[in-house]
Design a protein around this ligand. Structure first.
Ligand code: ZN
Length: 280
């Protein structure tokens, strides 16, 4: 046994929510991110003790929900060396924190909606740390013990508004700008995992971001420690740990998949918000 376990929140065909344990090996890329997986109904605490019941939901009758609804999402800017370079930024000497609102969270399969008033909305593939217990001023040495697990996150960013505003709340805060999931994975060491973004445009897939969490300027333990020294972290809170190089614009009709090694694929389509002019 590898000691890795995956758990998700889902809605069944009748609209009822369930916690499930996810069995099988997630695919790393392609049109069918749930291929070969089985969903076992579970009881207990998604962030803690969760027991399978031996009863399964048919995969084609399952809609995945965000694995947690975080009270807050703490983002970290310029935390991969190559990404800081592509934005022309110096490497940070302390973690550069910002907040994304929980209202931006959407689950796997939900559309990323491009709003009016922005000409450039970028994808940022990220490893998300999900907090498992209350953390206040923890040391790096004890920080990882407070982790419930990890998942994938897309830190969608209106790059033009980020530059125009100088602060990030609007650029990173639109509804649907925080796809999260597809499930919470426990037992995975977050310190050296592949983080990728696959983009499907015009029917063809390409891998446009491809990094490793070991290239972070500040690693997972340092981030949990640093953030918890500023604000108390509660169970379900999320830290978006920064993005590797290769960020780029999204257009309506795209399909994006954030891949984190050992987790699987967070798969979301991109469309224009209904009030966005067709010409942009
Ligand atoms: Zn980011």
């Amino acid at each position: 046994m590898s000691g890795i376990d995956r758990r998700a929140r889902v809605r069944d065909a009748d609209g009822r929510p369930w916690a499930v344990r996810v069995h099988g090996t997630p695919v790393e890329q392609g049109d069918a991110p749930l291929a070969g997986l089985r969903f076992e109904l579970a009881e207990g605490d998604l962030l803690g003790e969760l027991r399978g019941t031996g009863r399964y939901l048919a995969p084609d009758r399952v809609t995945l929900l965000p694995p947690v609804m975080p009270g807050k999402i703490v983002g970290i800017g310029s935390n991969y060396r190559a990404h800081a370079a592509e934005l022309g930024r110096a490497l940070p000497t302390v973690p550069k924190m910002f907040l994304k609102p929980s209202s931006a969270v959407v689950g796997p399969g939900a559309p990323i909606e491009l709003p009016p008033g922005t000409e450039r909305v970028d994808h940022e593939a990220e490893l998300a740390l999900v907090v498992g217990r209350t953390l206040q001023r923890v040391s790096p040495a004890e920080a990882l013990d407070g982790l419930a697990g990890v998942t994938c996150l897309c830190d969608v960013t209106a790059r033009d508004l980020q530059q125009l505003d100088g602060v990030f709340a609007r650029a990173k805060g639109f509804d649907s700008f925080c796809p999260l999931g597809p499930w919470l994975v426990r037992g995975l060491d977050p310190r050296d995992l592949a983080v990728r973004l696959h983009l499907q445009r015009g029917g063809a897939w390409s891998t446009v971001q491809d990094g490793r969490s070991s290239d972070m300027v500040f690693g997972p333990a340092e981030l949990l420690s640093f953030v918890s020294g500023v604000m108390t972290l509660y169970p379900g809170d999320v830290i978006a740990t920064g993005t590797p190089a290769g960020v780029g614009p999204l257009v309506a009709g795209d399909r994006v998949q954030v891949f984190v090694e050992g987790v699987g694929l967070l798969d979301n389509p991109v469309r224009n918000r209904v009030d966005r002019p067709e010409s942009t």
